[in-house]
Design a protein. Structure first.
Length: 276
C-alpha cells in the first residue's frame, strides 16, 4: 500500500511538472507569435541594428576614446556596402521563426522562473521560501542586464571587428543571414546565462558544493578563464577585452560575497537550532 501511495505521489509530481512545462512553452509560443508578427521591425531595429554606422555604442565608444586622446576605429564605422545573403529558399522564413522562438525564450524568462519556483517551492520550508523570496526578481534582473550588456557592448564590438576583418583585398566579405543572426542570438543567450553566476553560486553554496574560501583560492584561475573567454568573444585588442572582462570579474566578486552571506546565515541558523 505504501509503495502504491509513493508511486501515485511520484506520478502526481510528473503530472504537475508536465503542466508547468506546458504553461512555460505556451508563454514562449505566445510571445514568439507576437514577435513574428512584427518581424520586420524586430530585424531592422534590433537584430540588424549593429550594421548601422550610427548605432549608439559606436558613437559612445568614439566619444570616450576621443576624450582620452586615443584613435579608434569606432569613429569611422561603415557598413554601407554590407548586404546579408539569403541563399536557401526558406532561409528568411526559417530565420524569422527561429529568432522569434529565441527572443520568446528571452522575454518569457521571468515567467519560466516563476513556473520553476511554483514547482520547487512546495518542497521547501517556510524559512527557505522567505529567504528565497527575491529569487525571481534578482535572477531576472541579472539575466536582462546580461541581455543589455550583450546587445550594447559585446555584439557591436564583435560585429564591427568581424565585418571589417580582411586578410587581403582579394577576399570579399559576404555573409549569410543565418550566420549573422546566429552570432547575435548566441551572444544574447550565452552572456545572459553567464550573468546568472551569482544565482548559481548561491545555490551551490546552499548545497555545500562550494565555499567563499574556494572562490577566493581560485580567483587567479578565474581571472585567466575570464580573459580567455573575453579574447574569444571579442576582437583581439586589449581595450575590447577589458570592456568585456570587467563586468564578469565584478560578478565573480559579487558571487564571493553572496557565498559568504549564505555560509554566515547557515552558521547562524545552526547556532539557533536546539541541540539534542
Amino acid at each position: 500500500m505504501a509503495d502504491t501511495q509513493k508511486e501515485m505521489s511520484f506520478l502526481g509530481h510528473l503530472e504537475e511538472l508536465r503542466w508547468h512545462l506546458v504553461r512555460s512553452a505556451a508563454a514562449i509560443l505566445i510571445i514568439a507569435i507576437v514577435i513574428f508578427t512584427f518581424q520586420k521591425e524586430v530585424y531592422e531595429h534590433f537584430l540588424l541594428a549593429h550594421l548601422k554606422s550610427d548605432f549608439v555604442t559606436y558613437r559612445y565608444f568614439c566619444h570616450i576614446f576621443q576624450l582620452i586622446h586615443i584613435e579608434s576605429a569606432f569613429c569611422e564605422v561603415s557598413f554601407s556596402d554590407t548586404k546579408l545573403q539569403s541563399i536557401e529558399v526558406t532561409s528568411q522564413l526559417m530565420s524569422a521563426i527561429w529568432t522569434s522562438l529565441i527572443l520568446g525564450i528571452i522575454l518569457s524568462f521571468p515567467y519560466i522562473l516563476w513556473e520553476i519556483w511554483r514547482f520547487v517551492s512546495p518542497g521547501l520550508t517556510a524559512k527557505e521560501i522567505k529567504n528565497s523570496r527575491g529569487f525571481i526578481f534578482v535572477a531576472s534582473l541579472l539575466f536582462f542586464i546580461g541581455v543589455a550588456f550583450s546587445f550594447y557592448v559585446i555584439a557591436p564590438i564583435s560585429v564591427h571587428f568581424l565585418y571589417n576583418y580582411q586578410i587581403t583585398d582579394e577576399i570579399v566579405n559576404s555573409f549569410k543571414l543565418r550566420s549573422h543572426i546566429g552570432l547575435i542570438t548566441n551572444m544574447l543567450l550565452g552572456v545572459s546565462i553567464l550573468f546568472e553566476l551569482p544565482v548559481l553560486v548561491y545555490f551551490l553554496t546552499k548545497a555545500g558544493l562550494i565555499t567563499p574560501e574556494f572562490l577566493r583560492k581560485y580567483r587567479k584561475h578565474a581571472l585567466v578563464v575570464v580573459l580567455i573567454v573575453a579574447a574569444i568573444i571579442t576582437p583581439p585588442d586589449i581595450a575590447s577585452q577589458v570592456i568585456v572582462a570587467i563586468p564578469i570579474l565584478i560578478l565573480y566578486e559579487i558571487s564571493i560575497r553572496v557565498s559568504k552571506i549564505v555560509i554566515k546565515n547557515q552558521q547562524k541558523n545552526a547556532q539557533k537550532s536546539p541541540r539534542i
